[in-house]
Write a protein that binds this ligand. Structure first.
Ligand code: ADP
Ligand code: GN1
Ligand code: MG
Length: 341
């Protein structure tokens, strides 16, 4: 299969080494090293169960790339390379593929180790939205309808409680009760989003979607499949969700979860260093709620998936998504006890 895919990009059998790469939950990623030229590429298969129209993703990337190359020519924007036939998106019997040049001397991380990394990442996501602020946001295609619509996520959770796996529903009682008890977060989200500006939003700001250089400086953001019109709370909130705790959403020992105060302020300051003049006064007051909202949403998504027999995220072991949901609930509890002042 791989040779057939790679031949469309002009790579000959035997000229490369290929191996799986990264820890993404949705797409499948490989690193491809060309033996003679020492060039490296990232090959990805787009998850078509999740992204029903991969051409819309390609459209958005090319729209943003064209805009940025005109308005911010020095901005590092990762674009897939073209196939031999001149287009970046490849459709095969094995699915949709695309190939990115590996950003040289870059690496990503899975857990934020120091405040500097949190600041740098937040700065990169802020810069991304700021640089695209002149692009008419509604020109972007909606690659995942209602992706961060918390009201819909809550409805999907309610559906899963009615139609999901009965044994799992009984076993998840404690987590279900927590989600129901904190439904006020959904109401606040609904009220707030009426007032917020739609911006060019990344929607997946976890730390593995930022590339760093050897000195720890942020280089660029990657993983642009979910870039759509959206609210800043999505991007800031997902950073809170994934940078505040010293352990990731995969951690089973919840006692290791905590809120690192300095990292909270690093996210706020890093984001404001780029977006300070773009955000309204109302938006600037919502950093803390952004974190609460996105952690709550992710807890709902993992729990819903557990009740639905792991259809969306899959599971590497029995109960994996329940463990992840519990992890996010513990994180939310910690954030609720945290005073950002
Ligand atoms: P997923 O949707 O599966 O999360 P990503 O686009 O985030 O896929 O890619 C997975 C990992 O591959 C990233 O976390 C990063 O380590 C690496 N990666 C992706 N694109 C590039 C690139 N252009 N240059 C260097 N590394 C990359
Ligand atoms: C998925 O593909 P990946 O791993 O970057 C998910 C995000 C979740 C995240 C949780 C399209 O992101 O929304 O926050 O897992 N992406 C999609 O780890 O559902
Ligand atoms: Mg990713």
């Amino acid at each position: 299969m791989m040779q057939q895919v790679l031949s469309h990009f002009g790579f000959k059998e035997g000229s490369y080494n290929i191996q799986p790469f990264g820890n993404g939950l949705i797409n499948k990623t490989w690193v491809v090293e060309i033996k003679l030229s020492a060039r490296t590429y990232i090959l990805q298969r787009i998850n078509e169960t999740v992204f029903k129209h991969p051409a819309d993703i390609a459209f958005n990337i090319s729209l943003m790339g064209d805009w940025l190359s005109k308005t911010f020519p020095n901005y590092l924007f990762t674009k897939p390379i073209n196939k031999i036939n001149g287009h970046p998106l490849l459709k095969t019997e094995f699915g949709y593929f695309r190939m990115y040049p590996f950003v040289e001397n870059s690496h990503s991380i899975d857990v934020v180790a120091n405040e500097g990394q949190a600041f740098e990442a937040a700065k990169q996501f802020g810069r991304f939205t700021k640089n695209l602020s002149g692009l008419t946001v509604t020109q972007l295609k909606i690659t995942l309808p209602d992706f961060h619509n918390l009201s819909l996520r809550y409805q999907q959770f309610e559906m899963a409680m009615q139609n999901g796996n009965e044994k799992r529903i009984k076993e998840s009682k404690e987590w279900i009760e927590f989600i129901v008890k904190h439904k006020n977060i959904v109401t606040t989200f609904e009220e707030l989003t009426k007032e917020l500006k739609l911006r060019c939003t990344h929607h997946d700001t976890k730390i593995s979607n930022v590339l760093f250089d050897k000195t720890g400086k942020g280089l660029c953001v990657i993983d642009l499949d979910t870039v759509m019109p959206g609210y800043f709370i999505s991007d800031v909130g997902d950073m809170m969700r994934t940078y505040l705790s010293p352990v990731s959403e995969e951690e089973k020992d919840y006692s290791k979860i905590e809120i690192r105060s300095a990292f909270y302020h690093a996210i706020v300051n890093g984001y404001l260093s780029e977006m300070g003049e773009e955000l309204s006064e109302l938006e600037k007051k919502q950093f803390y709620f952004a974190g609460k909202c996105m952690i709550y949403m992710q807890a709902i998504r993992f729990l819903t998936d557990h009740l639905n027999n792991d259809l969306y995220y899959g599971a590497q072991y029995e109960g994996h998504n329940l463990i992840r949901a519990g992890n996010q609930i513990s994180l939310l509890k910690c954030l609720m006890e945290f005073n950002p002042e």
